[in-house]
Design a protein around this ligand. Structure first.
Ligand code: ATP
Ligand code: MG
Length: 602
């Protein structure tokens, strides 16, 4: 492509709308333009990158035995009602765009395709002989993200590869899952990125085992905890660990103490001269279930620990049947306004004890009259502990479970694992932390969707069984931007050869110089002919501007038909290292071809 004929617009200044380097660079270099919140146009250079990523994804999926298809983006609400996700996706999480057509039918714009694919499977799969199968598509997804940001990283319209496997049993699912695991590793390595595979929370989608693939980068929205021995890595939402050792309590007898103005753990420690590990902290949460019921939760956890709201959320979803509900709509720490809706009298905030009386809760049909009390193991282990006295400005010391306080029946791991904690698999290993960008996620779904939607098959013995499913997603557009986040310098983007929009750019410093133009055009034709995708910068611009633009857009090799032509040579600069060398014009094509071949096969 000739730059003189391209829609090629670069910006010298960082656009105000962008916060992280990859977003700034993609905007500045003319790869993307913002159309609305979380909505972007992929311009020609970006589209080439996205097609290359898609092609790598396609090749690896095909090699793993999956088949490509294309499913509808407009999805009838009935399917989502069958699976039980319509309410959660349109209201609770609110992530699905929904609409009503002119026949008054409700539709959703596909944020994911479990419902559609399970419907297809229900219609078409009859026998174990048809299993296993794995279908995938590469397509635009729609999600009404609460905080669209960072350009293509968290868009409201983005490109995803999603695959769904159908298996006859868990063992077969395990094999499909492992094949996808390998395919994902190949995809990310082939794209030239450094990544880590981590244990992940399965969230609202349901199912059991799941793993995420994280591109390591400072700007990543996710936190990963891992050990140096390489044997443990997990998203912090899911991570487990051994908490730090507790200090022996300095208190031996139960007593109520005045602790003025001590409504934080830090202030309590100062006021009572104790360690945060001596304290049972009690945190209030408010949950709203899909039947409209509000449940107040009192979580007791050791003073130096934090509640993991993802784990708490999962626990509450499990408890839904207990409240005649099927799922959770919202979980929050109630602020003053929220408290007013259900509290009979002012709560002793900052001084709450594990036995906060149920009579704080006003009676009402949609409010559960008793606190759901959950205790984390870190608090169970405490003796002679400090905790609130249910009275502002007072704490108790030297308290014990089974004496002054009844231990809640529900003991559950709801704590956040922390950097510096010891690992469960080997306590000599200490958890370290890294930031990551989630580019892929693979799930073992089990029979959640097949059971809900009646997708069954007949097994070898003639018995009818629900199909066992897995689902596997790659964020194609997010991955492309993540590559920039991992590979850039002060001058611009540095694309890995595998997904660069073009391999080489030929710069003609002075287009009025006939010789410069002629050599450039010749090389341009020859390179493109043998598959070295090449741009020709034949714009009527200063050489300096052209060099800057070439660096900014990040093409791996820059060829300059400048002064060295007198000696029959061109200058070749490698974008990544900035190394420059002069190469005989007659050897240029062969040299570039070899360099690219070596990189591709390494
Ligand atoms: P996240 O936790 O980042 O919101 P998710 O867990 O909801 O993502 P999945 O449903 O697992 O995402 O989707 C599969 C892949 O699609 C993700 O691994 C990610 O790479 C990509 N993806 C998800 N949401 C977005 C988005 N809003 N913009 C761009 N890519 C996305
Ligand atoms: Mg995910």
């Amino acid at each position: 492509m000739r730059l003189s004929q391209m829609l090629f617009v670069t910006l010298r200044e960082d656009p105000a709308e962008a916060e992280i380097p990859s977003h700034k660079l993609l905007l500045r270099a003319g790869y993307i333009r913002r159309i609305g919140s979380g909505i972007y146009a992929y311009l020609p250079l970006m589209w080439r990158v996205l097609q290359k990523v898609s092609q790598i994804v396609r090749e690896e999926m095909n090699a793993a035995g999956a088949q490509e298809c294309l499913l509808p983006q407009l999805q009838p609400s009935e399917l989502w009602k069958e699976s039980g996700r319509w309410e959660t996706y349109t209201k609770a999480e609110g992530i699905m765009f929904s609409l009503i057509d002119r026949q008054e039918r409700e539709l959703g714009l596909g944020p994911t395709h479990e419902e559609v694919i399970t419907t297809v499977a229900k219609d078409m799969i009859r026998s174990y002989r048809q299993l296993p199968v794995n279908l995938y598509q590469i397509q635009t997804k729609f999600r009404d993200e609460i905080r669209p940001r960072f350009g293509l990283m968290r868009g409201r319209e983005f490109i995803m590869k999603d695959a769904y496997s159908f298996n006859e049993d868990e063992a077969s699912l395990q094999k499909s899952y492992e094949a996808m695991d390998r395919a994902y590793r190949n995809i990310i390595s082939r794209c030239g990125l450094a990544y880590r595979a981590v244990e992940a929370d399965s969230g609202a989608i349901g199912g059991s085992a799941s793993q995420e693939f994280m591109i390591l980068a400072e700007a990543g929205e996710d936190e990963v905890l891992y050990t140096e021995d390489g044997k443990y890595a997990a998203n912090i939402e899911k991570a487990v660990s051994l908490p730090k050792d507790l200090e022996i309590s300095p208190f031996t007898a139960y007593e109520k103490k005045e602790t003025p103005d001590s409504n934080t753990i830090e202030k309590v420690c100062q006021s009572l001269q104790c360690s945060p590990t001596n304290i049972v902290k009690n945190v209030l949460y408010e949950a709203v279930y899909d039947n409209g019921k509000t449940v107040l939760i009192l979580v007791s956890i050791r003073g130096d620990q934090e509640v993991n709201e993802v784990k708490l959320n999962n626990e509450l979803v499990k408890l839904a049947p207990q409240y005649q509900a099927s799922t959770l709509l919202a979980l929050s720490v109630p602020d003053e306004n929220a408290q007013k809706k259900w509290a009979n009298k002012p709560l002793p905030l900052g001084y709450i004890s594990p036995s906060l009386e149920d009579d704080y809760i006003a009676s009402g049909e949609s409010i559960e009259g008793q606190f759901l009390r959950i205790v984390d193991q870190t608090a169970v282990d405490l003796e002679n502990f400090v905790t609130g006295a249910n009275e502002t400005n007072y704490h108790v010391i030297g308290a014990n479970w089974g004496q002054e306080f009844q231990l809640p029946k529900l003991v559950s791991d709801i704590r956040t694992a922390m950097v510096g904690d010891r690992s469960v698999h080997d306590p000599s290993q200490i958890l370290a932390s890294a930031r990551g960008i989630e580019v892929g996620h693979i799930f073992q779904l089990g029979t959640k969707y097949s059971q809900a939607m009646g997708a069954t098959f007949t097994d070898e013995n003639g018995a009818e069984k629900p199909i066992v499913m897995g689902c596997y997603g790659v964020g194609v557009s997010r991955l492309a931007q993540a590559s920039v986040e991992q590979s850039y310098d002060k001058d611009g983007i540095i694309w890995p050869v595998a997904i660069t929009p073009y391999h080489a750019i030929i710069i003609v410093p002075n287009i009025k110089d006939k010789n410069q133009m002629e050599v450039a055009q010749n090389l341009y034709n020859q390179l493109n002919k043998i598959g070295v995708e090449t741009l020709l910068d034949d714009r009527d611009e200063r050489a300096g501007v052209k060099f800057k633009d070439a660096d900014l857009i990040g093409i791996p090799y820059r060829v300059v038909t400048g002064r060295s032509l007198k000696a029959g040579k061109v200058e070749v600069v490698t974008r990544q290292t900035k190394e420059s060398q002069e190469i005989e014009v007659t050897n240029l094509v062969e040299t570039l071809k070899n360099w690219l071949k070596n990189i591709k096969s390494s």
